[in-house]
Ligand binder design. Sequence first.
Ligand code: 13P
Length: 341
Amino acid sequence: MNAQELIDTAKKLVAGDKGLLAMDESNPTCNKRFAKVGIPQTEEARRTYRELIITTPGLNESISGAILSDETIRQHNKDGVPFVKVIADTGIIPGIKVDAGAKDLAGHPGEKITEGLDGLRERLAEYGQMGARFAKWRAVMVIGDGIPSRGCIEANAQALARYAALCQEAGLVPVVEPEVLMDGDHTLERCFEVTEEVLRTVFHRLYRQRVMLEGMLLKPNMVLPGLACIKQETVDEVADATVICLLRAVPAAVPGITFLSGGQSAELASARLNAMNNGSLKSRLPWALAFSFARAIQQPALEIWQGQESHVLAAQQVLYHRAQCNRAARRGEYSAAMEKA
Ligand code: 13P
């Protein structure tokens, strides 16, 4: 492991006002999103879509790194150039999702454990050779009656820590993603409590596995009320709760926090990130607060594309716009007026 290289890459990923673009949906997830808008669920359709994304003019103005899936990192553009090269040539750092998905956790009805540690050392070496410089692993925690359990939180935190240590050994920056889901009717206060407990447990396990905090990024959920909760807090209230929770649980040595969007609307995700990077909260942040959105950057473009060649330019314009909105949110300069422009 070259510690300085890890630190430099982690810093570069959250430098200035840029953020990450997650485009690492597994094939089943990507197919589900395609099916909803009537796009054929084929390998070629997925390849064409990913080519649309990475060839969006000006994407590198707002995107520092792109997270690919195992299928995508092996694909080429229509001229036969590997996607990793196409991405790196625009100055965007290629990354890779390395978990094998969330499976049912034995003995814990309704809870998940993320798998993928077996053979991970070898896979990381291969991805590194292919040009990946960082890697992502997502753990999922559901809020419900009596859950998440300690057993679920600890098992996922341990897996995240083992993955992160292997990444650093291989020279890849781990993007550690413990996601507390928005599904349910729980309150913002409950999400706060669960998110704080999850993050404290994750950082304890990262410490035990000797993960260098300066050479990693955290990809958490924002602190939000459940989608079905009657009380939906304002943008500023969500920003306050999220920053207070993170200040309590995330060591200042971590260079950056790159939020997932988790099913928030694209506009709300931008507005909430903006509120955290704006006004009085900003001066309290020891880390960069950035984004690593999938749906909140891609979804509007996907709906316009619909698999049609003639819609590619319009879809790229919308993708560019969403990325720019989040870039503005990093500076605390996003406003609803940007959506009308
Ligand atoms: P969303 O922004 O759509 O939640 O996706 C982020 C991600 O990478 C999930 O693992």
